[in-house]
Design a protein around this ligand. Sequence first.
Ligand SMILES: [Zn+2]
Length: 348
Amino acid sequence: MALYAELHRHLGGSVVPRVLWRYLERSSSKLLSRFADYSAFEEFFTRSRSTLDEYLELHTLVESVQNAESLPYFIYRLLRGAYIFENLAYLELRYTPYLRTPKHLSQSKRIDKMAEIVEVVGQASQLQEYPIVTSQILCMHSRLPYEVNKAIVDLAAQNTKYICGIDVAGGDSYYADRLSEWISLYDYARSLNVKTTGHLYETTAGCYPELLPYLMRIGHGIQIPLLYPELLKDVAKRGQCLEVCPTTYLKTGTLEDIRQLKLVFDRCFDAGVDIAICTDNAGLHNVRLPFEYENLLTYDIINFQQLQACQDAAFRHAFAWPYGQRPASLLNGLLKPDPMKALAMRDN
Ligand SMILES: [Zn+2]
């Protein structure tokens, strides 16, 4: 049995359209009046956008309904789906906790409330019936002020029970104005032993070589092999892994054809750079992790051997996978013990 690790999934984008629709119905949300029926809603929710900005607007819609009260509802359904349909053994869920706190509060009160949100997400993720190892990545946000982003790093350093790292999100074209700030935040995070990833080199407007040395993994990073392959040598040397999310690039207009990813994989394999294949926003895309794998095979972007190398890499680069091996090796001992012993145990 193959069990998978998912390293790049947003809490907001992981809600599948049907679950969000039911939630809006149950809570008699005013948002419903914007859509004639469910299929109009699903169409709106999952259609491709022409830019990353337009695509990220959708997150604000989901964020507006995710708060301390509703998060357990969404997380329960998210983990149930991930366990039943995606065979996930490990899941890192990322989000900006500040954006789940009540909007009417002051900035400092909202900062104080972030710890509660992390606790709610952490507790809601412990499900006996769907045993997936989960951890949280807190996203700093390109549109939030320094104080909030610093508080996000501090929270990640304090709560290692539920948090395994930090990220920066919100559109990679916006980092330019405050680049020294992002460098200092990442430097600060590393000084506190917080693990780091970051949305970088996703679009052509988001290429900042100055930030690369601070990251342990690179969120997307596809523009490195595509436009700056000369950087791959250092990426390999630093042992950084690319979190490649194939469907995203079509939904955001970053790539026109999924086959453009062949160059990404080929150049990374050649340079010895690991890739973890991820979904980013499985709900918004209506595409689950095994389908991302299958698509890459179908389009001859990678072969089975390369797929398995990427699946292994995901466990190796996971920030909070507690075992030395991927689950296949652990399960082999359970599922394929000595047949005579197994029979004897059964008959006793
Ligand atoms: Zn992302």
